[in-house]
Design a protein around this ligand. Structure first.
Ligand SMILES: *Cc1c(COP(=O)(O)O)cnc(C)c1O
Ligand SMILES: [Zn+2]
Length: 421
């Protein structure tokens, strides 16, 4: 039911069969929006028909995704992640209501699984026999895991300096890992060249129009879980900008279908050391100018949101502008501090890029970009188990005791732990 692919910079329309990745006129910056026949969709799928669907995964929304009706989907359970009401987080942050969307619960530990599930399903439907991507971590893990679930070979280009633990996850899933002597940009270019040369299907973020179409299902789920009553704002951490653009697209799809009556403000959170989207938004630049901005040299503990050259910059800024939202920047120590705060106030353990949503909400409340009366969803994008080393820096330490009950008593008294006798 796709009607067109439309360039986010020049606005040119293409039919889906004509272009595979980005706008030929605008090059790699010309990311394509996937548009549907919403009148036809309204006639085939409704909020009520959804209620009768027993599948809790992201595929309950497959009528709103670009996949042939007869195509098989990977069986690995993606999506259907919990949305928790988090009153203690709300109290600590000082706003009316906070919900946590825990997307670290996906099979490979991050929201990226939503994109890779759709990419793998499309590859299988098209008879493609190898998938590839460049990634610093979670996108690669997601592609490796989803590809493994259907027995599809995956070739992953990673900068050789990528975190060891994240590379171990790819290797465990059986992906072929090419350790690029260079940064993410070099890995990105190599994946583009290899896909072109060998006919492999390329999942590169932003470049492949369908990663966003998979990720948008997180917005569908939030809306359905809230009974189609929209919150005031959704807070999303931003690196390449594909996730925030996807949340925006999901909300726009629902609005076009008439399933929601307004679109919440989107608050994008960037690390101070990786703030290209924030700066482009602040500068007021138009899309064509944004597409020519030079890369920055990103530096942050939140490796999943480190981006020298955000691949979906134009659409990330558009998401914030069109929803009357804002970008906020947070320093690494605030991101790290947010890991135990979020965990202790809600039970949700996030990697730094996930906890950044908490730090960002706090910053936005202080700057006035969020108000105390707002009802806010924090999108937690990745699991804390992805990056134990960062958690260890802020978790505190245990209390050594000799194997003697009197030693326990000494510690109990020192800590003020109650006795219930
Ligand atoms: C990829 C990722 C992000 C940021 O998504 P972008 O599309 O790069 O903006 C945030 N958090 C986690 C855990 C991620 O893996
Ligand atoms: Zn274009």
């Amino acid at each position: 039911m796709i009607t067109e692919l439309r360039c986010s910079i020049c606005g040119t329309s293409y039919s889906p069969g004509d272009v595979e990745y980005t706008c030929p006129a605008c090059g790699l910056a010309g990311t394509l929006d996937v548009l549907y026949d919403y009148d036809a969709l309204r006639a085939t799928v409704t909020r009520e028909s959804l209620q009768e669907c027993a599948d809790p995964s992201m595929w309950r929304f497959r009528a709103l995704m670009p996949l042939r009706a007869d195509a098989a989907v990977p069986r690995l359970m993606v999506g259907g992640t919990p949305l928790y009401d988090a009153p203690r987080v709300a109290e600590a942050l000082g706003c009316t209501q906070v919900w946590i969307k825990d997307d670290g619960r996906n099979p490979t530990g991050s929201l990226k699984d939503r994109a890779s599930a759709l990419i793998v399903a499309r590859a299988v439907a098209d008879g493609i026999q190898v998938v590839t991507t460049a990634s610093t971590g979670n996108a690669a893990a997601a592609l490796a895991g989803l590809a493994a679930s259907v027995g599809l070979p995956a070739v992953i280009f990673v900068p050789e300096a990528a975190p060891e633990a994240k590379i171990a996850q790819l290797l465990t899933y059986g992906a072929t890992v090419l350790l690029v002597k260079g940064n993410y940009d070099r890995a990105f270019e190599l994946a583009v060249a290899a896909a072109e040369r060998y006919g492999w299907y390329n999942r590169n973020t932003g470049m492949n129009p369908y990663t966003l179409e998979g990720k948008k299902t997180v917005a569908f789920e939030i809306a359905e879980q809230l009974g189609w009553q929209m919150p005031d704002a959704i807070v999303v951490s931003v690196g390449d900008g594909n996730i925030i653009a996807a949340v925006h697209k999901g909300l726009k799809d629902l609005y076009a279908l008439g399933w929601i009556d307004r679109i919440p403000r989107l608050i994008g959170v960037q690390a101070e050391g990786s703030a290209a989207c924030y700066k482009a938004w602040k500068s007021g630049a138009d899309p064509a100018t944004m597409a020519t901005l030079p890369p920055i040299s990103a530096q942050t503990v939140a490796d999943s949101i480190a981006a020298d050259l955000p691949r979906d910059l134009v659409r990330a800024v558009r998401a914030v502008r069109e929803t009357d939202g804002a970008f906020v920047c947070v320093p690494d120590d605030a991101i790290l501090a947010a890991i135990p705060l979020l965990a202790r106030q809600s039970g949700v353990f996030a990697e730094p890029a996930g906890a950044a949503a908490y730090a960002g909400a706090k910053a936005a409340l202080e700057s006035g970009d969020l108000s105390r009366s707002d009802r806010v969803v924090l999108l937690v994008t990745g699991s804390g188990l992805k990056d134990i080393r960062s958690a260890m820096r802020v978790a505190g330490s245990g209390h050594p005791v000799a194997p003697d009950p009197e030693e326990v008593e000494r510690v109990r008294l020192a800590l003020g732990l109650p006795t219930l006798k």
